[in-house]
Structures are given as C-alpha cells and as structure tokens.
Design a protein around this ligand. Sequence first.
Ligand code: FAD
Length: 617
Amino acid sequence: MSTDWYQFDVIVIGAGHAGCEAALASARLGAKTALLTMNCDTVGQMSCNPAIGGVAKGQIVREIDALGGEMGRVIDATGLQFRMLNRSKGAAMHSPRAQADKKAYQFEMKRRIEEQANLTLCQEVIEQLVSTLQPDGSHAITGVQVRGNATYKAQAVIVTTGTFLQAIMHTGEAKTAGGRAGDGTTGTLSDSLRQLGFELQRFKTGTPARLNGRTIDYAALTEQPGDPDPQPFSFLTTAITQPQLSCWLTETNETMHALIRANLHRAPMYSGQIQSTGPRYCPSIEDKVVRFADKSSHHIFLEPEGYNTKEIYCNGISTSLPRDVQDQFIHSIRGLERAEIMRYGYAVEYDFAPPTQLQPTLETKRVRGLFFAGQINGTTGYEEAAGQGLLAGINAARLVAGAGPFVIDRAQAYLGVLIDDLVTKGVDEPYRMFTSRAEFRLILRHDNADRRLTKLGQEIGLVTPDRWQQFVEHERQIALAQQLLKSTRHQGITLEEWLRRPETEWTHLQEMSPTLAELELAPRAREQVVIETKYMGYIKRQEADVEKAQRVQSVTIPANFNFNGITQLRREAREKLTKVQPTDLGQAGRISGITPADLAVLLLYLKERGRLSPSAG
Ligand SMILES: Cc1cc2nc3c(=O)[nH]c(=O)nc-3n(C[C@H](O)[C@H](O)[C@H](O)COP(=O)(O)OP(=O)(O)OC[C@H]3O[C@@H](n4cnc5c(N)ncnc54)[C@H](O)[C@@H]3O)c2cc1C
C-alpha cells in the first residue's frame, strides 16, 4: 500500500520525444501536468541517430512547430548541420534535415520543460497503472503507481515509454535487459497493461556502433558539408547562426560482406534469438547483405554526435552481430582501418500495443483517460513520436477541461495521415512516415505547414501571440503579392500567367513590374507565392480530390455502432469494422479488407437509419 501521493490533471510517463511534446502541450493548455521519467538525464535523448527530420519526417517537424510544439525550435538551437534534402525534385519532396548536437538537444529540451509553468518534471519509475471500474463495466484511469511506494493521481495518463516495455538488447549471443544501452526496462508496466485487457506484441529495432573520431582517417573519406544557406525548422527561427560541421561518406565492401555472411549464424535475427519484426526500410547491415546480395557496397554516413565530443555515429550499418565481428568489419572499411569503437551496435526487442486499440485522439478505447503515444504504438522515429505526443497531450488536456476531441484530417497534415493510418490500419512492422503514405502530398509540403496548421493551433490555444502576429503578417504579404500578380499585365498577359511558365523567375517579374520590384516581401512569402503559382494546376486538382474525400468523410458513424447488426455486410467486414470502430465512412473505407461494396452497404444502412431516426446517434 503506497503512503505518498500527488495530485495532477495529466500524467505523462516517459520523457522521450513523445513525452516531452505531450507534457509541454498539456501544461500549455492549462492542465497541471507531471512528466515522470526513469532518468532526468535522458530527457529528449536520441536513442539512435543524432538527427532530426528527413524525407516526410522534416514535414512532420514543421507541422509540430506550426501547432506550437517544441521539436523544431530545439533542433534549430542545437543542430550542427542543416540540409534540405531532395532540392532537385519538386517542392512537395523538399525535406529539411539536421544533424543534432545530441547532448545540447537534450539539455535544451530539458530546460524548456523545466521553465514551463504548470509542468513538473520528476524522476520516477512507473510500475503500475491505476484505474477504477465504472458502473457501465468500463475502466477509467485514476493514476499511476511508482517504484518506492508512491502514487500519482490524475484524470488522464499518457504512456510514452518508447522501446522500454519488457525490453531486451542483443549483441551477438549476449542478451541484456534494457530499452536502450545504459538504461533499464519495466516489465511490470506491460503486465499492468495486459491486466487492463490490452493486447501487446513485439517489435525490434537496431543501432550501429559509435566510433572515436580521433581514430578515423578523414583524409580517406568524402566530405559532406551542410547547406551554405541553412534553413531553420521553426517558423519562429529567423536564422541558423551556429557553425556547421561536416559529415563524411564511406562505404561497405566485399571483404566486409563476406565476413558478415560467414558470421550470420551468430546474428540474433538469423540464429532465431530474435523472432520479432524490425523496420524493413531501415535494415541492419546483415539484412542488407542478405537481401541485396548482388550489391557489392552500401553507403556509410559518418555523423558527428556533437560539437564537444569526438564520438561519431555510423549511419547505415546498424547491427547486432557479436563484438568481435563488429571490430573486424569496422576495420575493413575505408578510412576506419584504425577506428576505435566507443559503443557497440545492438538490437532491442520490446513490447508495443497495436494501435487499432486507440481512438483518433490517441485515447485508448478500453480505458477512459488513458492515452498512448510514440513507439509504444508501433511507430519508429523521433518525429513520428513527437507528433503523436503533441496530439495526445492536446487531447488529454482537453479531456480534463471538458473540451471536445482534437483530430487532424489526412488532408491537413502528415500528422493526420500518421494517426489515421495507425488507428485504422494498425501496423505489421515498425511504422515510419513516407511521402507515399499521403494521398495529398502536393499540398502537405514542409514550406506551407504554418499555412495549414497555425490557425488550428491558435484556436486550441497553443500558438503564442508573437507566432500569431508573424503568421498574420506572412499571410498579408502573400495576399498582396498574389493580388498584384493577378492585376498586373505585361505584354497582354498577367504576371501570374507569366510566373506559371517554367522558365519565368521572380526577378523576371520584377523587371516587368516596378510596383512588384518595390513590394516589401519576405523571402518566405515570396517562396509561397512562387510555389503556389507554379503548381497551381496540380494543387487545384488535389484540392478537388480533398473535397471529394471530405464528402465521404462527412458521413459520420455513431460511437459504439453495432456493425454486427447489419446482416447484409460480409462477416469479415463486420469483424473488421467492429474492431476499428471507424468514426466516418472515409475511415471505414481505409480499413484494409473493406471493399467498395461493403461501403455501399454501410452507406445505405446509415442513410436509411438517419431517415428513419434523425436523432439516432
Ligand atoms: C537501439 C535503438 C535503435 C533505434 N533505431 C532507430 C532507427 O534506426 N530509426 C528510427 O527512426 N528510430 C530508431 N529508434 C527509435 C527511436 O529512438 C524512437 O522512435 C523514439 O525515440 C521514440 O520516442 P518515444 O518518445 O516513443 O520513446 P523514447 O524516446 O524511447 O522515450 C521513452 C521514455 O520513456 C521512459 N520510460 C520508459 N519506461 C518508463 C517507466 N516505466 N517509468 C518511467 N519512465 C519510463 C524512458 O526512460 C524514456 O525517457 C531506435 C531506438 C533504439 C532504442
């Protein structure tokens, strides 16, 4: 029986990337929030690569920022190399990415959490969830039990425990309990979730060795500098002013591949020691050697972990092979012949909760007030975790305040795609975001994330007055410039039509119109006008598709709808719909295995039901 207890509105378990955003959002929305984490020295720690952003992930960071989240500002303050990926492709594919000073990132995030009003950061190991049985037979969360005989009480609890639930790390034949090298694990929390009736499954992920940069022969490597004009993630950051460091490029080779092949029987994935599924698109080097047997080499990016450390992360050769094999293969690589390993690579297996057990708010269907966010939902990646954390934090605070759910649509943001995919389709491997997952990716660009989401952020109360003011000014400039392009003619056609021609650049327009040349336009506003004008045809077509999708989505399905009562539906369809409990026809259609014919039956039934009983809900 616990003796000490503390009262909060919202409790967040775990200060990883999901937990930090969840706690900040909840506290900023006025909920008295506790962020409880195993170790206050690992707040916002990057377990794997020291980088934020990348293709589709960079878009998510900008969306988090536009909604008033923290990740973008923290990486802007602590990034050591910024690059815009896919610059040679169309605007929808441009993706910001930055190498982080890993320790500086953690301290910056921790400082912001410490300074946040309404937010208490405390080092605790959570062992049990505490809930009560409601008169209707359901459960409602009431708090958490922590190691050392104390209880924290709250109306809402957000679990963001990442790779830590019943986690086992593997390096060759060696197995150690823990969610990350140097950290522990908590099996009792998994038990607690199972007791509440949650289904848990196992995934695995892996990480490569880190080297001492002093022992690397940089002269033998190819240098990869950052962009000459580093672009910030946050719409509030005016410029990146810190010096940029280079990354370095080398590659694997036939000797290394032969060594790996000869030792596959000692790799936990191949010896049968690990049975769970890992991220297919982010394979270990042993996976790459087997799956892409015809390739004689793979890129390795050597990435600095910080300004004040020589430690180097070896991106591209994640492994759980034994230490002696790692030593040998590292030494077979150009430039790494004398390299010293500071930390060996390993794989980690952990419990996750299949996310079809969640509502689109990330609240669990089973326990009122209990939310899951981040890697516990079967995702992988800091950005995916942070995005879920932000949305769970918003919804937990709104639940406590008695406000309605906050759900973002697939057409509004990658965040909408992420949550909808998770709760509708579930996951059969660690889920990461790709641009191909978004059907409206032409309008979900990193450059317009503020235009898509700042207003929403302001409506829910997360956007600060200075962000709002800056946004309003940005919109004013865009509207003014667009108006000018429409109303000014040169050689009989409007400047807008001129700009739509691929060869026309802004400077050409300025030569055509002295008024435009004199217009005070911030570079970001000009960029918006150019992109929106050049891609106008495609964007209009996509907006029409969005409208069509929204028409289907407007057919809502009442909560706890009895799909089994529709006898005309196939049995498989009834089962799937009952499991996911879609909230509208659009979501129902995205459940794998639900056919257009099933949707037609459902639509007919809903229409009939609405006609006969308009108030039915
Ligand atoms: C070895 C390894 C390799 C990885 N490789 C990749 C990769 O290649 N690519 C990629 O995108 N992602 C990778 N990841 C995943 C990436 O680290 C996560 O996606 C991301 O950190 C998830 O964020 P999160 O907030 O959900 O959890 P985490 O960042 O893991 O944070 C969880 C937090 O919860 C705390 N916690 C856990 N249990 C408790 C408890 N009972 N009580 C109190 N606190 C608790 C932990 O201390 C930690 O602070 C890897 C992770 C690991 C460990």
